[in-house]
Design a protein. Structure first.
Length: 272
C-alpha cells in the first residue's frame, strides 16, 4: 500500500486530491495549517490529518516525520499549498510579493528538500508540484503570482533530470481557472487597494471576463490529474488539469508568440 503526503488539504484541490487517493486505497497524510479531521469526513486508519506550515522548516520536518511514523514511508509528495494575488504590479508591496514566494515557491522547495533524502534512500518516489495554467499564459494583474509559479516550473524541470539517477520521478500538474475554490476568493481579497485608478477600467474588463468564463477547472479534475501524474512511469513532465488549461497548453505549444499573445488579448477582450 502506497502513501501520499499532500499539502494544503483544508479545501479545494488538496481536499479533493486527498479524498480521491483515499478512495483509491492509498494511505494519505493530509496536511493543513490548522488541522481539522472533519474536513475529510469519516475517520480511517489510512488517513492522518497533520499540521503543516510550508513556510516553517520545523513544521515541515515534524509533518514528514509523522507521516513516516504512521505508515513507514512516503511514496508521493504533492506540493499543492498556495496563495493567490490579484494586483497591479507597480503598487504591490514588496512584502506582499515575498509572502507569495514564501508559500508558492520557497515552500515547494523546502518540502522537496526535506523529502528527497527519504525517497533517495529507498530508490523510488514521486514529487508532484501543482502550479497553474498561468505558466502557459501570464495573465494580467497576476504578475507576482505568475512569477512564483513560473519559478516552480523551472525548479521542477531541473529536478526532473537531477533526481532521475536516484529513482525519484518529478511531475507538474497545471490547473486552469477554478472559480469555485477558496483559493480564488482569497486571491481576490488580496486585491483590495492594489488596483489604482489608472488600471480600474482594465481591471473591470478582466473581472468581467473572469465572471463570464468559458470552460473552467474543477477540483475533481485537478485531483484526477494528480493521480495520473503520481502513477505515471513515463518521461511525461506536464499534466494540464481542466479543459481551459489543456486549451491554453495546446495554444502555447502550437503557436508562435505573435499568434498566441494576439489570441490571448482577444480572449480577454483587452484592447491595446
Amino acid at each position: 500500500m502506497k502513501t501520499i503526503l499532500i499539502t494544503g488539504c483544508s479545501s479545494g484541490y488538496g481536499k479533493a486530491t486527498a479524498e480521491l487517493f483515499l478512495k483509491q486505497g492509498w494511505n494519505v497524510v493530509a496536511t493543513m495549517r490548522k488541522p481539522d479531521t472533519r474536513v475529510l469526513g469519516e475517520a480511517s486508519d489510512r488517513l492522518r490529518v497533520v499540521a503543516l506550515d510550508v513556510t516553517d522548516e520545523a513544521s515541515i520536518v515534524e509533518a514528514i516525520g509523522q507521516g513516516i511514523a504512521a505508515f513507514g514511508k512516503i511514496d508521493v509528495l504533492v506540493n499543492n499549498a498556495g496563495i493567490g494575488l490579484f494586483s497591479a504590479f507597480e503598487v504591490t508591496p514588496a512584502a506582499t510579493v515575498r509572502e507569495l514566494f514564501e508559500t508558492n515557491t520557497f515552500g515547494v522547495m523546502a518540502m522537496a528538500k526535506a523529502v528527497i533524502p527519504h525517497m533517495r534512500s529507498r530508490g523510488n518516489g514521486v514529487i508532484v508540484n501543482v502550479t497553474s495554467s498561468v505558466c502557459f499564459a501570464g495573465m494580467p494583474l497576476v504578475a507576482p503570482y505568475a512569477a512564483s509559479k513560473f519559478a516552480v516550473e523551472g525548479f521542477t524541470e531541473a529536478l526532473f533530470f537531477e533526481l532521475d539517477s536516484v529513482g525519484v520521478r518529478v511531475k507538474l500538474v497545471e490547473p486552469g481557472y477554478g472559480p469555485g475554490t477558496r483559493f480564488t476568493a482569497n486571491g481576490m481579497g488580496r486585491m483590495d487597494g492594489l488596483v489604482p485608478p489608472a488600471y480600474q477600467a482594465y481591471a473591470g474588463q478582466l473581472m468581467h471576463a473572469f465572471q463570464n468564463p468559458g470552460p473552467t477547472t474543477s477540483a475533481d479534475q485537478v485531483a484526477d490529474a494528480v493521480l495520473a501524474a503520481a502513477t505515471d512511469e513515463t518521461d511525461r513532465l506536464r499534466f494540464p488539469a481542466g479543459p481551459d488549461s489543456a486549451q491554453l497548453a495546446q495554444g502555447r505549444w502550437n503557436s508562435n508568440d505573435e499568434q498566441f499573445l494576439g489570441g490571448m488579448r482577444s480572449m480577454l477582450r483587452m484592447k491595446r
